[in-house]
Structure formats: structure tokens, C-alpha cells
Design a protein around this ligand. Structure first.
Ligand code: UD1
Ligand code: UDP
Length: 381
């Protein structure tokens, strides 16, 4: 019996690990799967755990309002020590690029417990962009023993860094597994604001922002572009579930409070969120996960950052990296609102990120690597 400990801290880790937790639970004779949450996020994490019916076996409850990287790092490291000493898992699984991810992997390394890294190998090549995620992911890769690369590009990045091919499986991204299970054409919104919008007659711009390197002036600059757009186009509605980071909220209030047809909402549950995305015209974001979800739904994305670690949908033409300057953001939005040909070219649904079977492949590889299966699953292409 292999004891697997899945470690999560934030909303996106929970969304993307939920399909894997469910899959690992299908092998009770080979795998005992437990879930540890650091709760680097609290409400935004709990929303997802509730939706997917995941009850954590351990909960470090580390979140503090306005926390910084030192606090998160110290609290996760100390907390993971206790969990690992009590639980003694045979494999720790972490996801992506958060500080929870990196520090949980570090704790497992200190205890000489093997680490599997889900969503491994994404790179921008810029140390401070995204910050601190680029190095969190890189360092986790150095600590990890097994790497689940979502795409061929991520595989190539790992090979270039010297990771042995036999320790990597190309799986697709579990975000597509979660998305396919959640988007429904007949979804009815409980939120009165979302229910009232006429998605056929209005053009909905779905917005999220939270990157640390965008806090302050860059956020102000993109919000000014949004304000200009709603003033110029009266068929545009902005749906903006505002991240709980107090720095984000301060800027949103400062620039967008009271702007016409700008709906500032609390973070939405994953279900209404992806269903509003499905009904949107365009997505404006600095998020990582949205760059994977929106192309799968055929929604153009303007990325409010200078770099991306997800080049596949940029190459496919669905995603454009536009930075944070007011003029550029506003003019790229205008182009998508005014030029039907340009919109159509960007809105072709592409799905370079997965086929909905990533969790199955990851579980299959774990079974193989730990001696419960005689071959590796076919890779995602
Ligand atoms: C974190 C991750 C980032 C990831 C993002 C997903 C790090 C360093 N950052 O950034 O990689 O893309 O999550 O959203 O790992 N807050 C709440 N309730 C919540 C969540 C957050 O109140 O449920 C507030 C708290 O005041 C908290 C602040 O937001 O201190 C910032 O949270 P933090 O996890 O430090 O940073 P994020 O920007 O959320
Ligand atoms: N999301 C959500 N509710 C929201 C905003 C986003 O459920 O109000 C989901 C979204 O579908 C995606 C994930 O949260 O799967 C992205 O998280 P976030 O942008 O916070 O982090 P990142 O992907 O940048 O690490």
C-alpha cells in the first residue's frame, strides 16, 4: 500500500488537484490518499473543497490577512514538518508554482520523502515574472523526483534542465478535467447580478487580477483602460470577481467603484465562474489558470502581464500578451470589440492543454512507478 499525501494551499491548486484526488481514491487497495491543506488561502480554498467534496485530513490554517512571502514560507515549513512526521507518506504530491508548492516540496525533501510535481516544467525564463511563481516552480522541479508535465513544451523545458526522461510523463493539464466536469450549457446562476445579464445582447468582459508584480501602479493602469472601455461601449458589461488580496481591492475601489456596467463581485465559486466564462465575449486576466480554461471554451484572452509561461495558446492565436499599459490594453480590447474578423480569428476554440484524462494518466504513472502496474499510461499529445 502506497501512502500518498496531496498538499494544497490556494484556490487554483485545489481546482487542479481535485480531479486527481478523486482518481487516486479509485485505487483503495494500492493507494491510501490523504489531503493536507496549508490554507494559504482560506475562503477561496474552502469554496473549491466544498464543491468537490474534499475533506482535508490535515489543515494548517496558515492564512493571515496581508501575508508576505516570509510568513507563508515559515508557517508552511513548520506545519508540514509536523504533518510529515505524523503521517510518514511514501509520496508527496504538489501542484504548480505557489509558495505552498515549493515549501511543501522542500519539507518532503528534508524528510527524504519522494515528491511528485503536477503541472511541472512551465517556464517564462524571467526570474521575477511571474514573481515568485517562476522560481517556485523551478525550485519545486529541482526538489521533485517525478514530474507530470502538462504539455510537450513543458517536457522540453524539463529535458533542457537535465531532468531524466524516464522521470517525466506528459499528461495534459488536470484543469481541463475539472473544466469538462463543470461547464454546463443550461447552468442557472444563483447570483442575481449574473442572472440578470442578457448574455446574447451584451458583450461580457470577464476580468480577474491578482499577480504580485501587478499590485499597485500596473493594476491602476489596467483598471483605467477598463473604465475607458465601458464609457465608450454601452453594450459592454464587465464581470469582475475581485480577488481577496486587500492590495487588489484597494486599487479596484480607487479606480472602478461606481463605473457604469462594471460588476464588482466577491470571488465566485468555480461552477458559476467557469459558466460565466462560457457566456463571456472576452477574458482579461493576469491569472495562469484562465489562460488554459478560456481557450478551451473558445474565448479570446488578453493577458495583463509582460510574460507568460503558457505559450501554447499564444501560438494558437487565442491568447495575446498585452502588458499593463492603459493605452495598449484599451486598444487591444477595442480591436476585439470592433473588428469581427480579428475576434473570429482569436475565438477559434483550441485546446493545447489537455483532453480531460490528465488525472487518469497521473494516477496510472504513480501505480507504475510504485510497482502496482506493468506499464506507463500513453502520454498526452
Ligand atoms: C497566491 C499565490 C499565487 C496564485 C494565487 C492564486 C504565492 C506566493 N502566491 O497569490 O501563485 O496564483 O494565490 O489565487 O504562492 N486572501 C483572503 N482569503 C483568501 C485568499 C486570500 O483574504 O481566501 C487575502 C489575504 O489577505 C492574503 C492575501 O489575500 O494575505 C494574499 O494571499 P496570498 O496567498 O499571499 O497571495 P495571492 O495573491 O492570493
Ligand atoms: N476562479 C474561480 N472563481 C473566481 C476566479 C477564478 O473559481 O472568481 C478559478 C478559475 O476558473 C481558475 C482558477 O480559479 O481555475 C484560477 O485561479 P487564480 O487566477 O486565482 O490563480 P492562478 O491560476 O493565476 O494561479
Amino acid at each position: 500500500m502506497l501512502k500518498v499525501l496531496v498538499v494544497l494551499g490556494t484556490r487554483p491548486e485545489a481546482i487542479k488537484m481535485a480531479p486527481l484526488v478523486k482518481e487516486l481514491e479509485k485505487y483503495p487497495r494500492q493507494i491510501r490518499c490523504k489531503v493536507a491543506v496549508t490554507a494559504q488561502h482560506r475562503e477561496m480554498l474552502d469554496q473549491v473543497l466544498n464543491l468537490f467534496n474534499i475533506v482535508p485530513d490535515y489543515d494548517l490554517n496558515i492564512m493571515r490577512h496581508g501575508q508576505d512571502l516570509f510568513t507563508i514560507t515559515g508557517r508552511v515549513l513548520a506545519g508540514m514538518r509536523e504533518i510529515l512526521e505524523t503521517d510518514r507518506p511514501g509520496l508527496v504530491l504538489v501542484h504548480g508554482d505557489t509558495t505552498t508548492t515549493f515549501v511543501a516540496a522542500l519539507a518532503a525533501f528534508y524528510m527524504q520523502i519522494p515528491v511528485g510535481h503536477v503541472e511541472a516544467g512551465l517556464r517564462t525564463g524571467h526570474k521575477y515574472s511571474p514573481f515568485p511563481e517562476e522560481l517556485n516552480r523551478h525550485l519545486t522541479g529541482v526538489l521533485a523526483d517525478r514530474h507530470f508535465a502538462p504539455t510537450g513544451t513543458a517536457l522540453d523545458n524539463l529535458l533542457k534542465e537535465g531532468v531524466p526522461r524516464e522521470n517525466i510523463l506528459v499528461t495534459g493539464n488536470t484543469v481541463i478535467d475539472a473544466l469538462q466536469a463543470t461547464v454546463k450549457t443550461d447552468f442557472v446562476f444563483a447570483d442575481p447580478v449574473l442572472r440578470r445579464i442578457d448574455y446574447d445582447r451584451r458583450r461580457v468582459l470577464l476580468v480577474t487580477t491578482h499577480r504580485r508584480e501587478n499590485l499597485g501602479a500596473p493594476l491602476r493602469s489596467v483598471y483605467l483602460a477598463f473604465k475607458e472601455i465601458v464609457q465608450a461601449y454601452d453594450d459592454v458589461e464587465i464581470v469582475f470577481p475581485v480577488h481577496k488580496n486587500p492590495e487588489v481591492r484597494r486599487r479596484v475601489e480607487e479606480v472602478l467603484a461606481g463605473a457604469p456596467r462594471v460588476h464588482l463581485l466577491e470571488p465566485l465559486d468555480y461552477e458559476p465562474f467557469v459558466n460565466v466564462m462560457q457566456r463571456s465575449y472576452l477574458v482579461l486576466t493576469d491569472s495562469g489558470g484562465l489562460q488554459e480554461e478560456a481557450p478551451a471554451l473558445g474565448k479570446p484572452v488578453l493577458v495583463l502581464r509582460d510574460t507568460t509561461e503558457r505559450p501554447e495558446a499564444v501560438a494558437a492565436g487565442t491568447v495575446l500578451v498585452v502588458g499593463t499599459a492603459t493605452e495598449t490594453v484599451a486598444s487591444e480590447i477595442r480591436r476585439l470589440l470592433d473588428d469581427a474578423g480579428h475576434y473570429r480569428r482569436m475565438a477559434g476554440a483550441v485546446n493545447p492543454y489537455g483532453d480531460g484524462r490528465a488525472a487518469k494518466r497521473i494516477a496510472g504513472a504513480i501505480l507504475y512507478w510504485f510497482g502496482f502496474a506493468d506499464r506507463l499510461p500513453e502520454e498526452y499529445r
